[in-house]
Design a protein. Structure first.
Length: 235
């Protein structure tokens, strides 16, 4: 399929209810409203065509951009492309999922995570914290900088409640990720989560809630999954 055929298919799969749901979560008007499950069915038509995936992201249409993130080979992405992608991520589903997932599996994961976390732009900072959290979930502990992660846990404890709205959500997610995926820092992450407590985030016109880090990590522990890494963080 070429890009026009993909865009036509996205329009065909759209629904007003899905579009309304996405817009309640913060999407702009440039979207069809295709369920994520339906987007995943189109991956096979894009996955082997790197240029097509890049072109889909460049459309500025949410459904096409999300499909691009599901289909792209992160190892083929340049740092410049990832910088462009984060700059065009105008709401959290693109920043926290599409960009962060792809960046975490690229060769620039830590470099970009560290840079983006310091950004004054909310969605860029969101992508930074989410990229690091995703990186923890797929990277063997022996390859992690435990002292840096420990310092980030300390930063989370002292700054999370003063951060921008979605950044608070992603820092909370980072603490959960440390507690769930980094065995040597599990106890420290739990202590950080206890200190942080409930995190207030404006979730828009939705019923979504911010997960409480302590019970969330405890639930993972109850399944004996602490330290078990994922094969991919692209979803």
């Amino acid at each position: 399929m070429n890009i026009q055929e993909i865009m036509d298919k996205l329009a065909e799969l759209s629904s007003e209810q899905t579009k309304k749901t996405f817009m309640n979560h913060g999407a702009s008007g440039n979207l069809y409203g295709v369920k994520i499950g339906d987007l995943k069915k189109l991956v096979k038509h894009v996955k082997k065509d790197h240029e097509l995936a890049l072109a889909l992201y460049d459309t500025g249409n949410f459904d096409a951009m999300y499909l691009a993130g599901l289909s792209i080979d992160p190892k083929l992405l340049t740092k410049e492309t990832l910088q462009k992608w984060v700059g065009n991520a105008d709401w959290y589903m693109l920043a926290e999922y599409t960009v962060a997932g792809v960046a975490a599996e690229s060769q620039y994961a830590l470099e970009l995570a560290r840079e983006w976390m310091e950004s004054e732009e909310e969605m860029t900072a969101v992508a930074g914290w989410s990229t690091y959290a995703n990186y923890l979930s797929i990277t063997p502990d022996e390859k992690l900088d435990l002292e840096e992660i420990r310092a980030l846990l300390q930063r989370a404890k002292t700054t999370i409640h003063q951060e921008k709205n979605r950044v608070r959500y992603c820092i909370n997610g980072f603490v959960i990720s440390v507690g769930a995926y980094v065995m040597d820092l599990h106890d420290e992450a739990m202590k950080s989560a206890e200190t942080i407590g409930k995190v207030q985030v404006n979730m828009g016109n939705t019923a979504c809630k911010v997960p409480l880090a302590v019970p969330y990590i405890e639930k993972i522990a109850s399944r004996n999954k602490i330290g078990v890494k994922r094969k991919t963080c692209i979803c």
